[in-house]
Write a protein that binds this ligand. Sequence first.
Ligand SMILES: [Zn+2]
Length: 123
Amino acid sequence: MMKIKSLRIEERSSALPRKDFFAKPRIYFTVPDSTAPPKVNLLKDVFVPGVLEQVGMKGTKTVWSRKAGCKCGCTPGFIVQMEHNKARVALTHHDRRVHGQESEYYGRLITPFDVLVELEWAR
Ligand SMILES: [Zn+2]
């Protein structure tokens, strides 16, 4: 059984080519070493909905892509099907409290971003 260890928003570098800088947000999962990494469907069904809620984009469609982060396929992830300006507004204006906790992202004005999620094995 896996659970989310940490979730953080990573703002994109303005040094990126314009097209990459403004591309739709990505969700990347980091998974502990395992002989059987979680299947894409497990990530999508179990973890992605909660991650979207956490960043104010609840219910937004996502598409898995092996090339989400790099053309060579080294950085697969989920592409959130929301234009970046809307995603940023959603992130900065979503409920101040998420799951009873103060959101550390509330009210922050941020540049285009990706969401990095670290998983861990639950005891
Ligand atoms: Zn690569």
